[in-house]
Design a protein around this ligand. Structure first.
Ligand code: ADP
Ligand code: ASP
Ligand code: MG
Length: 441
């Protein structure tokens, strides 16, 4: 059994949906996880925000525009009158549902129900297309098995048991379709795994079923050495270890959802990144193997929206217990720390969720002085880096000689050197690292 996830651009038009059908139509047993058609979740977010702000009329205009696009997709996707009608009914039903929110009080609960429509639509359209093509398949609804607990972590036992129960209902089916991203929460409400979460869905399903492989199909030929949105000359990396992929995904490589590596790593299930437009390209294989030469730099990624917190006290390192007191404050406010650097009199940490920053600052100020820098970016360099004094750190720092560095973190793991810079220097930093750390043929 394999799990294949297709992202938004891979199902972004009628032709692309047909292309996915072609890729998945072999005799192998598989679960296909779909995202919403590209642009849909952004649009639904916009609609939900309009509702939340009481701008119902504007929300209706946006809903009607999106509906029109979906009718066009139906027109292009199905050949027969029967499936044209089925497709139109499907669109009407989902958009009537969206329009019905004009009547109710609109809360965060309704917002999540709105956001879920994209994946419900894309999977239903693919299922109808497969039916029309006489390809045997069935939908297993993610809302019947995908669930997060009170800490917003996947409820693994629930997912495993319910997924197995869903699959057991169809002993003669080899091709299953399900929604990425959407789930239920601890209260049984519709919820989601955060933006880009379909990768996480695929990884969780793969891990709970002990799949042979998890494939992430997207619009690029695998994991590149640098962020192609900001750097012109990048190239695909053929192999990565779970740890390297996890660092890169966490530190901003959009190709993978930050949480999606861990479930696969825990169950040692290979993850393959593939390009829907070039199915024969090798892509990237992520496994537990660490294949690189010592000292090899593999890739660079950047994470935005970082806040640095500098906590200064008269005596820190000799005063044992100081760091514990600092970290306890962040723990109390459920705020993860990404980077840490220390000196005798101060410790700097970075966070990417500033929600409780005022409270955290207030508590820290009872025993230290606190400085906050917003709009920072972490640049993360990944590879097998700690190789007996081979000067890798020097290369990285030299490449960034014209950019002010706010923090440097080296040695936390052998895979990662991270630096903190002003967000406005990010693109320059990514390009400098690309030019100075990688060889191009
Ligand atoms: P999907 O909709 O299929 O989930 P995403 O847009 O989430 O696709 O992820 C694919 C995109 O990630 C690529 O088009 C690329 O612009 C971006 N990306 C950022 N960093 C990298 C990287 N290191 N390697 C490949 N793609 C990257
Ligand atoms: N449709 C969701 C999003 O746009 C989930 C995903 O694409 O992975 O974030
Ligand atoms: Mg994605």
């Amino acid at each position: 059994m394999k799990v294949l996830k297709f992202g938004g651009t891979s199902v972004g038009s009628a032709d692309k949906i047909k292309n996915v059908a072609k890729i998945i139509n072999d005799d192998e047993e598989k679960i296909v996880v779909l995202s919403a058609m590209s642009g849909t979740t952004n649009k639904l977010e916009e609609i939900a925000t309009l509702f939340l702000n009481g701008k119902k009329e504007e929300a209706v205009v946006q809903i009607e525009l999106l509906k029109k696009n979906y009718y066009q997709v139906v027109k292009e996707l199905f050949k027969s009158d029967e499936y044209q009608i089925k497709g139109q009914e499907l669109i009407k039903q989902h958009f009537d549902n969206l329009l019905s929110f004009t009547k109710d009080v609109f809360t965060r609960y309704e917002e999540r129900a709105v956001l879920a429509q994209g994946e419900l639509l894309s999977t239903a359209l693919l299922q109808f297309y497969l039916e029309e093509q006489k390809i045997k398949s069935t939908i297993i609804p993610a809302l019947n098995f995908m669930r997060i607990d009170k800490s917003l972590e996947p409820d693994e036992y629930y997912i495993r048991e319910n997924l197995k129960r869903e699959l057991a209902q169809y002993p003669n089916i080899k091709l299953f379709i399900t929604q990425g991203y959407i789930c239920r929460n601890a209260f049984g409400e519709i919820d989601n795994l955060k933006r880009g979460g379909s990768d996480f869905t695929a990884s969780l399903i793969g891990a709970e079923l002990g799949a042979d492989e998890i494939q992430i199909w997207t619009d690029i030929d695998g994991f590149h050495n640098n962020d192609p949105r900001f750097v012109e000359k990048t190239f695909p990396i053929h192999e990565l270890s779970f740890d390297e992929a996890a660092e890169l995904a966490y530190f901003g490589a959009k190709i993978l959802h930050p949480s999606s590596v861990l479930p696969a790593k825990n169950k040692n299930i290979p993850v393959r990144l593939k390009n829907t437009m070039q199915p024969d390209a090798p892509g990237t294989l992520i496994t537990e193997n660490e294949v690189e030469e010592e000292g090899e730099i593999k890739a660079v990624a950047a994470k935005d929206g970082i806040t640095a917190v500098k906590i200064k006290s008269g005596r820190m390192l000799l005063a044992y217990g100081f760091l514990r007191r600092v970290f306890e404050v962040f723990e109390r406010y459920k705020t993860p720390i990404d980077m840490i650097t220390t000196s005798e009199i101060a410790v700097s940490v970075t966070i990417d969720n500033p929600q409780y920053l005022p409270e955290i600052k207030k508590e820290l100020e009872s025993y230290a002085s606190v400085e906050i820098d917003r709009n920072q970016s972490i640049i993360c360099v990944v590879g097998n880096l700690i190789a007996e004094g081979k000067g890798i750190a020097l290369k990285v720092i030299n490449a960034l000689e014209d950019i002010p560095l706010r923090m440097i973190s080296y040695g936390g793991s052998k895979h990662n050197i991270s630096v903190l810079i002003n967000a406005e220097d990010k693109i320059k930093a990514l390009n400098e690292l690309n030019n100075k750390l990688f060889k191009f043929d």
